[in-house]
Design a protein around this ligand. Structure first.
Ligand code: 4NP
Length: 177
């Protein structure tokens, strides 16, 4: 069975989406769930950079090493390669919709669409703030990653994935169709 794939997207790919990538990969490994996880930015501002030091620090405090990640920009082929493209906020989701190529197959959603009661909300951009912002980012991305993993994995089994794109119930704004 093909391994389900998730691409997290923020603006710079140095703060929120690297943390989301690290959180989901760690949660999937812990549960024994096979997933392909990556992240990217809608901007080209930080291509090739390692995650922001503050993001690396909060991940490390939670026993997750994101230091080997390098920022990249979203590419047209991502819309075919990934089953799910998960944006951190509405602006990045709108940008993704604007650049999606014809025939795109990935389902688009917001990270917090997957968290009951948080649908439609943004994972706030912590870049210009202080370390408290990164604490909030970490809380949000771990909530989102946990909820996504629940949807993508065989419930509690840690075995073959019972996944289908249509199984993900998302609000209308998370759908491409
Ligand atoms: P991210 O945060 O989108 O979560 O990676 C940002 C990183 C860099 C900038 C803005 C947001 N910037 O303006 O360079």
């Amino acid at each position: 069975m093909r391994v389900p794939s998730v691409l997290f997207v923020c603006l710079g790919n140095i703060c929120r989406s690297p943390l989301a990538e690290g959180a989901l990969r760690a949660a999937a490994e812990e549960r024994g769930v096979d997933l392909f996880v990556d992240s990217a930015g809608t901007s080209d501002w930080h291509i090739g950079s390692e995650p922001d030091r503050r993001a690396q620090a909060i991940a490390a405090r939670n026993c997750i090493n994101i230091s080997r990640q390098r920022a990249r920009q979203v590419r047209p082929e991502d819309f075919l390669r990934f089953d799910h493209i998960v944006a951190m906020d509405g602006e990045n989701l709108a940008n993704l919709k604007a650049i999606a190529p014809a025939g795109a197959t990935a389902s688009l959603s917001l990270m917090l669409d997957h968290v009951p009661g948080r649908e439609g909300q943004a994972v706030a951009d912590p870049y210009f703030g202080d370390s408290a912002g990164f604490e909030a980012t970490w809380r949000d991305v771990t909530l989102g990653a946990g909820a996504l993993l629940e949807k993508l994995s065989a419930r509690g089994q840690g075995e073959a994935l019972l996944y289908a794109a249509s199984d993900l119930s998302l609000p209308d704004h998370g759908r491409q169709d």
